[in-house]
Design a protein around this ligand. Sequence first.
Ligand code: VG1
Ligand code: CO
Length: 543
Amino acid sequence: MQTLTVSTVPFDGQRPGTSGLRKKVALFRQAHYLENFIQSIFDSLPGFEGQTLVVGGDGRFYNREAIQTILKIAAANGVKQVLLGRGGLLSTPAASYVIRKHGAFGGIVLSASHNPGGPDGDFGIKYNVSNGGPAPEAVTEAIYACTRKIERYRILDAPDVCLDGNAALRLGNMTIEMLDPVSDYQSLMETLFDFDKIRALFASGFSTRYDAMSAVTGPYAQAIIEGALGAPDGTVLNATPLPDFGGHHPDPNLIHARSLYELMMSEQAPAFGAASDGDGDRNLIIGKGMFVTPSDSLAILCAHAHLVPGYRAGLAGIARSMPTSRAADRVAERLGVPCFETPTGWKFFGNLLDAGMVTICGEESAGTGSNHIREKDGLWAVLFWLNLLAERRLSVLDIVREHWRQHGRHFYARHDYEEIDADAATELITRLRTILVGLPGRERNGYRIVMADDFAYTDPIDGSVSRHQGIRILFQNDSRIVFRLSGTGTAGATLRVYLERYEPNPALHGVDIHAAVADLGKIADEIGEVQLRTGRSAPSVVT
Ligand code: VG1
Ligand code: CO
């Protein structure tokens, strides 16, 4: 087989965002677009020759075609071995674990996560490093620099390989080992959670619905929840991964997982409902009559970690992304462990986890995970909840209310203004930066601003500094507003406005979330000139 060197020219806009390079499928399908990016990964990485690479994706449209190209470029660049999820499938958390378990040099994970799929939808590529986590900024910036000056890529001139068999394959000098996408991951879960106890919970008639949203976690949830844990068949909904996710957004929030939400709020609700996103790293947790905000879920898991085998020894620390509510900070305080505040995106947790400084991490966007891998992990969060429910034998509602009683309640909502004009969005944030210094002391409706800044993070391990990570406005009553722009969208810009209000008094915990943060929403609009600058009278999505 011959290695071809193909001339190419750079494409604009191949800078990875919060979680890899995410673009419309049509853009990825242009000649040389994917090839340029993959070659740039190899060009920017010293020492991958002769090494092992993990490859897999969330099964979305273009997954299989992209994998064929990636395999041929990997072979032409001297990769020795690829560990490939059979059928081209690996959830993001499973890919992270496979990289770690097999000591791979890194991994290429194909996913646009919760973004819609199909020919008109989105596609994405993430590069993960040898600890199993998303490449840190220094690496993604080096890849980006290579995409700016690329002149050629190398690719093996070979027929496509079969992605669905079991036997190892050869492509030039490279071998391709086929992995069962589920089995390594399942064995890891068995070491962390008390499967016997959860099995007993299901055997006692405990009812659950898990919506895999026609995305990658269907086979995982069927094998683990219905198989190993003995939940009845039919517990896992939308269990077959589809290239277009059945036409839905595989985003486990109250908008896109609406039918699950409605079921959970109805008379016929099972005791526990959950869902995960396109690539399996996010989770949605809803008890009968009780939606658990991701920020609360993080705090509750941390507070109950000692009940779960994998975490019985206690937590070294907790980390949350900056916009995530500070409910986890209160648990950390009570446990006497540190709580770190990082920029948005899982890549910022990697060093803390590697250094053993934190055990559990989370984001308000429905991502929770721990030191078991270096990605967030949707099914892990669901199993954690099942384990704690099996231990406590209380309803989700009771557990959440108990948590609020003990720690106070952080009312929390995120307002997204999607696909707004990119220039207007940038100007909105730039303006906020310039008025920050004058904000402290301003007061409206009893909300007095005590601090306002543009969040910057210094990594405590490698000292790297990430600036401009979001505008934080803190009020005297412990409320908070955060403004930032999304780094995962593929059309225009998305402004996220995060509202948080702390209420210590249990008598006031029953208020509706959106009513509780309505005043803050008005203040955010006023300070940020949101309506004026976005031309929108209301957010497109409220979660
Ligand atoms: C969003 C979330 C962020 C998450 C990222 C990737 O980023 O806010 O918390 O880490 O998506 O998640 P942004 O920049 O759009 O706010 V996933 O599950 O889409 O890989
Ligand atoms: Co995801």
